[in-house]
Ligand binder design. Structure first.
Ligand code: ATP
Ligand code: MG
Length: 323
């Protein structure tokens, strides 16, 4: 959306479904990411955040079908690229930080073997050079004793240390695009804050763009320059900040956030959960998918598809009656 800058990533009308169209997971997604920009992608469980990430990386799970749309990375459409070229491009220029670090690490290889492998396979370094680079990287992500970490197996590490290793692996080749899919969900708040700072600082150092996926809007404060709010497979709002939320669903997400521990009981009592629940993957949707839960909905909201409308150069909303 920023003018005069060519985006590094452009997702256009992306639609992915399971069961030959019977279960749409992503229903026509549009967004861009500028070079060096940190964008937050937020939404409830099942809204299609991970499927969006996997679509960009070409890692769709078994049974998922790309129905339509394009994913353009550095002016090349990944959806129409031969698989070896796509793998090379994504492996070299994109880094993914997964939600659960244990699944991203192989339990039968040491941390050192797994980090070194990236430098050996992608950059063709020899064993000694790869080890040197790996030790430097493990130190950069804040592992206190890189030599000992290098020789250790992942299961010996705490969740926070594992997430540091996974972050190191994702950022090893200074990728231009980093996708972090709920990288702190399994961590306690203090460690989560450290990991977020780490991702932000390392990405800033290498001027990488970051798509930071979370179901917790609060994590994006001070991190994301722009926020995309997803609901049932669609972006319903694109906004520069929390003080400007216009979609009733985004507002609801914000009001439903649990208070910070230091907030008082009065604040806690103001907590307002969004009534009802999101539609299931097989539910037939006509009109706005959020309308059944929305206090501002009128008849028209249940009858027609709602377009994403530009309110300003930095703000778009998919709602006929924005707040
Ligand atoms: N392997 C799969 N097989 C069938 N349906 C799937 C599969 N993976 C995801 N889905 C469906 O696709 C939709 C989007 O799922 P996705 O994992 O992208 O949600 P999410 O926003 O990442 O949720 P969460 O916050 O729980 O990670 C959901 O309806 C989900 O049930
Ligand atoms: Mg997910």
């Amino acid at each position: 959306m920023t003018q005069n800058i060519s985006p590094i990533l452009e997702v256009k009308d992306l639609a992915v479904s399971f069961g030959r169209g019977a279960f749409p997971a992503v229903r026509g997604l549009d967004f861009t990411l500028d070079p060096g920009e940190v964008v937050g992608l937020v939404g409830e469980s099942g809204s299609g955040k991970s499927i969006t990430a996997y679509s960009i990386l070409g890692l769709l799970p078994h049974g998922a079908v790309l129905e339509r749309g394009t994913v353009t990375f550095k002016n090349q459409d990944l959806t129409r690229m031969a698989e070896p070229k796509r793998r090379e491009l994504c492996g070299r220029h994109m880094g993914m930080i997964f939600q659960e670090p244990l699944t991203a690490l192989n339990p039968v290889f040491t941390v050192g073997e797994q980090v070194s492998e990236i430098f050996r396979y992608r950059l063709g370094l020899n064993r000694r050079e790869a080890k040197k680079r790996s030790l430097k990287l493990l130190a950069e992500v804040g592992l206190p004793n890189p030599e000992s970490a290098f020789k250790s197996y992942p299961h010996r590490f705490s969740g926070g240390m594992r997430q540091r290793v996974v972050t190191a692996m994702a950022l090893a080749l200074s990728p231009e695009l980093v996708i972090a899919d709920e990288p702190t969900t399994a961590l306690d708040p203090t460690i989560a804050t450290q990991i977020i700072s780490l991702i932000r600082d390392l990405a800033a150092q290498s001027q990488a763009s970051v798509l930071f996926i979370t179901h917790n809007l609060r994590l994006l404060i001070g991190l994301a320059k722009r926020i995309l709010v997803m609901y049932h497979g669609l972006v319903v709002e694109e906004t520069p900040g929390f003080d400007q939320l216009k979609h009733p669903y985004s507002r609801g997400l914000w009001q439903a956030l649990p208070p910070e521990p230091e907030q008082n009981q009065k604040a806690a009592r103001r907590l307002q959960p969004i009534p009802g629940s999101a539609p299931g993957p097989g539910d037939k949707i006509i009109g706005c998918a959020f309308a059944p839960r929305c206090s501002a909905a009128e008849d028209v909201c249940f009858k027609e598809d709602i377009p994403l409308t530009e309110l300003s150069p930095t703000q778009r909303v998919r709602c006929l009656f924005p707040c």
